[in-house]
Design a protein around this ligand. Structure first.
Ligand SMILES: Nc1nc2c(ncn2[C@@H]2O[C@H](COP(=O)(O)OP(=O)(O)OP(=O)(O)O)[C@@H](O)[C@H]2O)c(=O)[nH]1
Ligand SMILES: [Mg+2]
Length: 264
């Protein structure tokens, strides 16, 4: 690796994940494909010591003073990665469901110049342990996302609409807009497809969380997600969601806990 290699930034949105977050941070590889890897935890107003555990494990921590939602956390992580001049940015849940060791799979198509937006698919043949109800919900929602992407954007290849493991090129990260604070899963995909970024999928492993509490509850989830997807497809941008004006405004609000060097 040369001293001048631009970093890959990996961030994990985390809300009350104290049991899992430190282990996840320690599993992030120090370098991938010749690029140093920066690890950031975006702490979404946790009250259980998540931010401190992440910092002690060596992550940089961006901390919201109060809980804002997964979409807001991902927006802030993307902005932080762009500001740092990252060659690629990846993000994954902090709850242990996805494997930091698989980072290279996600960023390789981006570094090879073959894709701008890579989604790790849990339904592409990798080892998977998922509860039946969650499997059914994911399959149904994926059919919706897949059909919409095919009709609206001529993208037929989506097999996992809700994956929590994704990677973006520097250009895609700079252009990405997450239209609501609650979530990013579907709206980020439609946003990037609408902007012409190249989509790719790679198989990943998955195992359902064994710690913490899930944020997904189907009906309330749909009540928030469906209107946001409609707004995204209509091209609407909401001031309340922080999408007008300064793209870095998210970063001016969170409090930085402290920075720690992860490797020594
Ligand atoms: N619960 C919750 N999680 C958030 C929030 N903001 C960020 N997160 C983090 O976002 C990630 C995804 O949330 P999860 O609750 O795991 O969502 P999920 O993976 O779709 O659902 P499960 O499969 O049940 O874990 C986790 O790392 C959370 O800690 C929030 O406002 N609420
Ligand atoms: Mg999860």
């Amino acid at each position: 690796m040369t001293r001048t290699a631009a970093p890959i930034t990996v961030f994990m949105p985390a809300f009350d994940e104290v049991e899992a977050v430190a282990g996840m941070v320690r599993r992030v590889p120090a370098a991938v494909l010749g690029h140093p890897v920066r690890c950031i935890v975006v702490d979404d107003g946790s009250a259980d010591g998540t931010a401190e555990a992440a910092a002690d494990a060596g992550a940089e921590v961006v901390r919201f003073a109060a809980n804002r939602g997964l979409g807001a956390a991902v927006r802030a992580g993307l902005a932080e990665a762009v500001q740092a001049g990252s060659v690629a940015v990846a993000f994954l849940d902090a709850d242990g469901e996805y494997a930091p060791e698989e980072l290279e799979r996600l960023v390789a198509p981006i570094l090879a110049g073959a894709a701008d937006y890579v989604v790790g698919s849990r339904f592409a043949g990798g080892p998977r342990s998922m509860r039946p109800a969650r499997w059914a919900g994911n399959r149904a929602l994926t059919l919706w996302v897949r059909g919409t992407a095919r009709r609206r954007f001529a993208e037929p290849g989506i097999t996992d609409g809700q994956s929590g493991y994704r990677a973006l090129s520097a250009a895609a990260a700079a252009a990405a807009e997450v239209v609501h604070d609650f979530n990013y899963a579907q709206v980020l995909t439609f946003d990037l497809l609408a902007k012409g970024f190249r989509y790719a999928e790679v198989p990943i492993s998955y195992r359902f969380r064994t710690t913490g509490t899930s944020f997904v509850c189907l009906l309330p989830y749909l009540r928030r997600v469906v209107p946001a997807v409609r707004a995204e497809l209509r091209g609407e941008r909401s001031e309340a969601d922080g999408l007008s004006g300064d793209p870095y405004q998210e970063l001016h609000q969170p409090r930085r806990l402290h920075r720690a060097a992860r490797h020594g």
